[in-house]
Design a protein around this ligand. Structure first.
Ligand SMILES: Cc1cc2nc3c(=O)[nH]c(=O)nc-3n(C[C@H](O)[C@H](O)[C@H](O)COP(=O)(O)OP(=O)(O)OC[C@H]3O[C@@H](n4cnc5c(N)ncnc54)[C@H](O)[C@@H]3O)c2cc1C
Length: 225
């Protein structure tokens, strides 16, 4: 490893790839060495091929007790890094910087009444890290995807806490967009709400949540693109 300042933050270092687990044709979990890195769920890393100037942010998917680090990546059409990393092999190296961010910091000391997590696509990654790290947490998770095969690792969540909205078919718990579900779902007004994913979903969901009585200071967001 090069350039490691201390155990908790790494400016730039090479980490060894362990495996690539393909969840769908375009989405995969990249697992690599942890090298003693400390992080809190919700933080992200900056990753890329060794020596490349093209690096991208990825939320940590694994939990704080795991011996390895994982990220959940969707290959973007015409994208550069998300496609490069899909074909990286075991034993190869990955450039890693971080961890960065404060997205779920407040949730590590959650208010009584629980937390509502809302995600689209790979925006579920920080919530996977959180649930893996704090399996006893009182959370409710709404995941918006096109079809149920994109409900990544849904078995890792307690069944009664996960609600999958499928926009292209009726294979989930709700047929339609996540935002359509929010219009009619029961929303407990005292819960802090964390939103992660694409900006269109986040802005639309925030409008609905505010209209349904959630105050702005209960809402936290992480925008991917
Ligand atoms: C804090 C943070 C955390 C992130 N965490 C994750 C994560 O956990 N998993 C993950 O897959 N991505 C995550 N992203 C997005 C990621 O950083 C890259 O933007 C994404 O992988 C595309 O990079 P690329 O080099 O392949 O595409 P580029 O060549 O950089 O861009 C191609 C185009 O794709 C758009 N785009 C970016 N992401 C998506 C997407 N998911 N679907 C459709 N279009 C997209 C970009 O806006 C751009 O117009 C995160 C972004 C941020 C800011």
């Amino acid at each position: 490893m090069i350039g490691q300042k201390n155990k908790s933050h790494i400016d730039e270092a090479l980490f060894q790839i362990d495996s690539v687990r393909h969840l769908t044709e375009s989405t995969y979990v990249l697992r690599f060495s942890r090298n003693g890195m400390e992080f809190t769920p919700g933080q992200h890393l900056v990753l890329g091929l060794p020596g490349s100037t093209e690096l991208r942010e990825y939320s940590i998917y694994s939990g704080i007790h795991d011996a390895f680090l994982e990220v959940l990546i969707k290959e973007v059409d015409e994208g550069l890094v998300s496609r490069q990393l899909k074909y990286i092999g075991p034993e190869e190296s990955l450039e890693v910087r971080g961890p960065y961010g404060f997205f779920l910091t407040r949730a590590s000391n959650p208010p009584p009444g629980g937390i509502l997590f809302i995600s689209s696509g790979t925006g579920i990654a920080p919530f996977h890290s959180y649930v893996n790290s704090y399996p006893q947490a009182d959370y409710r998770l709404i995941h918006g995807v096109r079809s149920i095969n994109e409900a990544y690792d849904s078995g890792d969540y307690q069944r009664e806490r996960l609600h999958v909205c499928t926009s292209r078919d009726n294979t989930g718990n709700f047929e339609g967009r996540l935002t359509d579900y929010l219009l009619e779902a029961e929303i407990e007004p005292h819960r802090d709400v964390y939103l992660c994913g694409n900006s269109n979903m986040i802005f639309d969901a925030m409008d609905i949540l505010r209209a349904r009585g959630i105050s702005q200071n209960q809402i936290y967001t992480e925008v991917y693109f």
